[in-house]
Design a protein around this ligand. Structure first.
Ligand code: TRP
Length: 462
């Protein structure tokens, strides 16, 4: 049972207005560049179907249980991740070292946002390009050159990266949760709708069956262990897991809302957006003779061709990239928030100065990513480690966060909730009317999830 001090602490802790509001906020964090930019290009690089299948398995067997575990910690703790962990470990008589999960999460948020903002900047740049009709009549070569030109120019990248970070800083500094809630209410469905329009376009004008087959027909000869680790890392990235973000959001979740149902809803929305993005993009890749494995530029080199050819392409193109920016901003906010929250907890730092300190440091770190695409595209800082050979600063930041820090964070969260946290408390939080369902969940969380993460990890080390 929860003790009185917790109940008291919760009284002045704000709550989401409804289950729907939580689902939207959590989806706002989950749905971002990961779904529309990263998922298609890593799927392309890893050969399609088999990779997608592994990714879906990772979402269901690893991502979903960890999301449930994270929200459970957050709601029971009712505080920021580090303090929730500190309190729960204290209350259950466990080592306070578990709070270390929270510290790793803050560090990972900091690193991720530094490159996330640069890519968000690409999307911003593309709003302008679409609106000015730069895609009209474009073919693979001219559109490719447009993108190449953007990457080659550090100053333009810097401008858009700065605009993106400024937007994020502005929103986080004001701490407008309720404003965000309302905006996301409208914007998320709109993004979904536009993606459907793009899929419709791909059905009519692209090699739809070839694209569909690429996504859903597994060819296991194309699957590598590195690919499996990428799929695992992406399951964490796309669901915003392993770093305490869902813990923080869970702390605002009212007690009468089902954690399990909510987590399932968020995972389904997130996965649907990623798959729709794939269905919109790959038919165009094949119809235009592009290379599915061409890397981070994939959506910036395929979709503009469609916009350049369709009627109303200027409008649809601007809208689409505009919504991509918004999806990226709602995720970026959830990445800056933990950093700011932690800075605020230090004596004498106000929300405004905390946001500025965090935001500006992240902006500075982003310069490494900008330079990775041009001046320093041949600089491989850790090339003496064989796993990091030919990885630029951007590649390293992406790799270390998605493939190492998030899975590690998730592993410890699963172990903490599965093996250490008071079992009765977990059961109370989950409130599954069905004992079998609870036992099944605990079994997956205790054995399957940690084993799967470990197997992928160890395989990759060998
Ligand atoms: N999930 C977001 C995306 O797919 C990225 C993101 C936002 C994130 N917040 C996070 C990833 C927290 C890990 C942890 O674009």
């Amino acid at each position: 049972m929860e003790d009185a001090s917790v109940a008291e602490a919760r009284k002045d802790h704000p709550m989401w207005s409804s289950r729907f509001a939580f689902i939207l906020a959590a989806s706002g964090s989950a749905v971002g560049l990961g779904n529309i930019w990263k998922f298609p290009y890593i799927t392309g690089e890893n050969g399609g179907g088999a990779f997608v299948l592994v990714y879906l398995l990772c979402i269901a067997l690893i991502g979903l249980p960890i999301m449930i575990a994270e929200v459970t910690i957050g709601r029971r703790g009712g505080r920021s991740p580090i303090n929730s962990l500190r309190m729960l470990t204290h209350r259950d008589g466990l080592s306070s070292r578990w709070t270390w999960i929270g510290w790793m999460g803050i560090t990972a948020s900091f690193l991720i946002l530094s490159f996330y903002s640069v890519i968000g900047g690409w999307a911003l740049a593309y709003v302008g390009q679409s609106a000015s009709g730069a895609f009209s009549g474009g073919n693979a070569d001219s559109i490719g050159a447009l993108f190449g030109g953007l990457l080659a120019d550090p100053w333009t990248l810097l401008v858009w990266h700065s605009v993106f970070m400024a937007l994020v800083i502005f929103i986080v500094a004001r701490g407008i949760r309720s404003g965000m809630e309302k905006a996301i209410n409208i914007l998320m469905p709109l993004l979904f709708l536009l993606l459907l329009v793009m899929v419709g376009y791909a059905m009519n004008s692209g090699e739809f069956s070839q694209g569909f087959a690429f996504l859903f027909q597994p060819d296991f000869s194309k699957l590598t262990t590195a690919g499996i680790l990428t799929a695992l890392g992406h399951a964490f990235f796309t669901l915003s897991l392993g770093m305490g973000v869902m813990m923080a959001y869970g702390s605002y979740l009212p007690k009468n809302v089902s954690i399990v149902k909510t987590a399932v809803a968020v995972s389904v929305v997130d996965t649907a957006v990623a798959l729709l993005a794939g269905l919109a993009i790959f038919p165009l890749v094949f119809a235009n003779g592009l290379e599915p494995g061409s890397g981070p530029g994939l959506i910036f080199q395929t979709l503009p061709m469609a916009f350049g050819q369709m009627t109303g392409g200027v409008l649809f193109g601007s809208l689409f990239f505009g919504l991509l920016v918004i999806a990226a901003v709602t995720s970026a906010i959830s990445l800056l928030e933990p950093v700011v929250e932690w800075l605020e907890e230090q004596k004498g730092i106000s929300r405004l100065s905390g946001t500025l300190m965090g935001g500006i440091s992240i902006w500075l770190l982003g310069l490494l990513t900008i330079l990775s695409f041009n001046e320093w595209s041949n600089v491989y800082p850790l090339s003496f480690i064989s796993a990091f050979e030919s990885k630029t600063f951007f590649d390293l930041l992406d790799y270390v966060t998605a493939n190492l820090m998030m899975p590690l964070g998730g592993l410890f969260i699963a172990i903490f909730v599965g093996w250490f946290m008071n079992k009765q408390a977990v059961e109370n939080q989950l409130d599954l009317s069905n004992d079998v369902a609870f036992s099944l969940f605990m079994f997956v969380l205790r054995f399957i999830t940690p084993a799967a993460v470990l197997v992928v990890f160890i395989n990759n080390l060998l």
